[in-house]
Design a protein around this ligand. Structure first.
Ligand code: GCO
Ligand code: MG
Length: 404
């Protein structure tokens, strides 16, 4: 076997839909053999790029490509302090690029390296979000017409800021600027939303909802119980990562299925909730836990406890990261569902080989490795942008800073 050596690691930032995507390319001494990985942490993209360029690149150049597990363990230990979103995303970029190379060298898609397919396509859910009920309902109908049967519904995005409600919140004098929301209004409008959706669409379609850690613990329980009659497929991120022990109370008091974890960065955040079977779906952001290597282990841990996977698939994820998830989806026996934010024409041009959505299922292109390329010239047409971060500065009615 020829020795394949890492000769360079390059990072790229591109923003085809005004969200900065971070892409890693590993080059090797084998002509034409390169790998790509996703390191997208859109709100801190420059910190991730620095972590790769200044720390991981010098450590990894000159190493053989084969030992992906050893590379992952080495990178993870190399900063002594670890498990942060920035460092995990940086590691993910390298990890996924190494898996991409391994697949290309073997001439196989990743799912074959994992043990082959458990299914041909990955079932997806998509997002309906509108300012009014009518807007949400129109989006739901659009998805149903296109073949998507699992739909996450929000009104006024996270925290339910529909119809300029934010302006009418009674704040104290001198209250700071921010993205105000009222937990009570949000709860009320969400229950009404699902009541109307069920009345109009019946029970054939599957609905989900994302609390996005917007509620005090006991109100998350109240909302879950209030939503019980509407038979959700799951309720997302009911609690913040530092309060996951409260899932015990949720589990004991409501039959709503729970999906949790897009903010997780540390294995201790998920271990007990899986072992106690307090959640039904794990939905970490794969690059945020360090890439494909830890995600495979997490999926296997979940399998042992009857928890299904529903990896986080928002629009601040590159198509490379999205495809890496689908390789896991096709292989894992305990795959549940895949969140999918779609790809724009611009993304398809920058990332040749994007997965395809047909009739509610995502399909890979069957190329070796991850199967999604990266066109530098197309990417350069969409350089990094200054992001609109206003929604991240969430505030409660009395002006207290809250989690977004
Ligand atoms: C989801 C998420 C996202 C996040 C976003 C943060 O369930 O898809 O909650 O929409 O808010 O990824 O940058
Ligand atoms: Mg979410």
């Amino acid at each position: 076997m020829n020795t394949t050596i890492i000769t360079d690691i390059k990072t790229f930032v591109t923003a085809p839909r005004n969200l900065n995507l971070v892409v890693v390319r590993i080059e090797t001494n084998q002509p034409g053999l390169v790998g790509h990985g996703c390191a997208t942490f859109t709100w801190r993209h420059e910190a991730v790029v620095t972590a790769i360029d200044k720390y991981l690149r010098p450590m990894m150049v000159g190493r053989q490509v084969n030992a992906v597990e050893d590379a992952w363990q080495t990178m993870m230990g190399s900063s002594y302090w670890r498990n942060s979103a920035v460092l995990n995303n940086a590691i993910s970029g390298v990890d996924e690029a190494l898996w991409d190379i391994k697949g290309k060298a073997a001439g196989m898609p990743l799912y074959e390296l994992f043990g082959g397919k458990s299914r041909e396509g990955a079932l997806v859910y998509q997002h309906a979000d509108g300012r009014t009920y009518e807007e949400v309902a129109a989006m739901v109908q659009g998805y149903l017409d296109s073949g998507t049967r699992h739909i996450r519904c929000q009104m006024g995005t996270y925290g339910g800021n529909a119809n300029g409600k934010m302006q009418s919140i009674a704040k104290p004098e001198g209250a700071p600027h921010g993205a105000y929301f009222s937990p009570r209004d949000y709860m009320r409008s969400t229950v009404e939303l699902f009541s109307r959706l069920r009345a109009d669409f019946g029970y054939e379609v599957e609905f989900m909802h994302d609390i996005h850690e917007r509620l005090p613990l006991v109100q998350a329980l109240e909302l879950a119980k209030d939503l019980e009659p509407y038979k959700l497929f799951f309720l997302e991120d009911a609690l913040p990562p530092d309060q996951v022990q409260y899932f015990k109370n949720l589990r004991e008091q409501t039959s709503v299925p729970f999906a949790m974890g897009e903010l997780f960065t540390h294995p201790l955040e998920w271990r007990s909730i899986i072992q106690n079977q307090w959640i039904d779906f794990i939905r970490v952001h794969i690059s945020d836990i360090g890439g494909v290597t830890p995600a495979r282990k997490l999926a296997a841990l979940c399998e042992a406890y009857g928890v299904r996977t529903a990896w986080h698939g928002p629009n601040d994820l590159s198509p490379i990261g999205a495809a890496a998830q689908i390789h896991l989806d096709l292989n894992s026996p305990n795959f549940g569902i895949q969140e999918f934010a779609g790809f724009t024409e611009e993304e398809r041009a920058i990332f040749p080989g994007c997965p395809e959505l047909r009739n509610g299922y995502l399909y890979l292109n069957e190329q070796p490795g991850i199967g999604v390329g990266f066109d530098e010239t197309e990417a350069a047409k969409f350089p990094a942008v200054e992001l609109d971060t206003s929604w991240l500065f969430a505030r409660l009615p009395d002006g207290t800073a809250a989690r977004p």
